[in-house]
Write a protein that binds this ligand. Structure first.
Ligand code: FVH
Length: 292
């Protein structure tokens, strides 16, 4: 006899790159796992590793109370669950979607008698099952579902519950991904500037990392300004100086034969804010121009 608690059995819908990585961690940790995938051949390696394969999504849902979906998009989740009985089920949706899609799916699940938790995965497949990678999932929606299954959900990667509004996980996810998009657009422009020169990208890369890491420390200052409503607090580089500096950035792009199309939208907003009379502020006022 052993005192080890039984591992929660669960169902996973979707065995793409992410679903397969998730499945392997649950199987590896000893959780009985039922899997379903639209293209049945993708279930074969998991079956060999101990997963039970269901022939239909409805059958997979029927097999366990805890059901995790990791499919391509919102439409594929709706399609997969069309014939499933969600009465008494705990549905955890790890499919990337918008906040409105998550809220709608939460209502749809509740109307069918289930509890709903949405998740935004802040990791790529190689980070799954690797705690030191720093990956995690934002969760929002049913707190009781989260509390019931947190230990199981924490097997593949970290968990961060961000509120009862089922749209909040997607909102956090998309906000971080959007910030990342801006960062990579800047990185692309920087590499383009040096592309035709005798500067080795491999030597330039650590400089970029160091600079972006240092600049990221300014983010809490932006948050403090937003909360106080005073965008001049702690400003060391004001908007007037930065807009003047943008002219140098644009001229350098031209000299190097590089399109400034990734840069100009943000610079135009900075110039508009300056023209509105906010020379002494930081860039924080640009945020107010974006919110419609
Ligand atoms: N992979 C990544 O780096 C990112 C990291 C952050 C989170 N995303 C999101 O995770 C969801 C799944 O992503 P994935 O990487 O597993 O995606 P794929 O490898 O393309 O697999 C897609 C699965 O979805 C199935 N599927 C597609 N359409 C349907 C449908 N109409 N009905 C049922 N299933 C569908 C597909 O099945 P099949 O093509 O094998 O038959 C795969 O199982 C996603 O939201 C990312 O944004 C991943």
């Amino acid at each position: 006899e052993t005192n080890t608690p039984a591992k929660t059995s669960l169902t996973l819908l979707g065995l793409g790159a992410m679903g397969t990585a998730l499945a392997r961690t649950w199987l590896g940790a000893g959780h009985p796992l039922t899997v379903w995938n639209r293209t049945a051949s993708r279930t074969e390696p998991l079956a060999a590793e101990g997963a039970t394969v269901a022939g239909t999504a409805a059958g997979a849902v029927a097999a366990n109370d805890l059901v995790v979906a990791c499919l391509l998009d919102d439409a594929s989740v709706r399609e997969a669950l069309t014939d499933a009985d969600l009465t008494g089920k705990d549905l955890v949706n790890l499919t990337t979607g918008t906040p409105a899609q998550a809220r709608s799916l939460a209502r749809w699940t509740r109307e069918r008698g289930g509890r709903f938790l949405d998740g935004g995965i802040m990791a790529i497949p190689p980070m799954i099952g690797v705690p030191e990678s720093g990956g995690y999932v934002f969760y929002s929606g049913s707190r009781s579902l989260f509390d019931t299954h947190q230990r199981t959900l924490a097997v593949p990667t970290g968990t961060r519950y961000v509120g009862g509004d089922p749209g909040f996980a997607a909102l956090h996810d998309v906000a971080l991904l959007s910030a990342m998009t801006g960062m990579f657009s800047g990185v692309a422009h920087a590499f383009a500037l040096i592309r035709r020169e005798e500067i080795a990208p491999k030597e330039f890369a650590p400089l970029l990392v160091e600079w972006l890491t240092a600049m990221a420390t300014l983010v809490p200052g932006t948050a403090a300004q937003l909360e106080s409503g005073d965008y001049t607090v702690g400003v060391s580089s004001n908007l007037a100086m930065m807009v003047a500096g943008n002219a140098t950035l644009l001229r350098t792009a031209e000299e190097q034969g590089v399109s400034a199309e990734l840069m100009t939208p943000y610079m135009e907003l900075m110039a508009r804010r300056l023209a509105d009379g906010h020379a002494d502020e930081s860039e924080t006022g640009v945020i107010d121009l974006l919110v419609r």
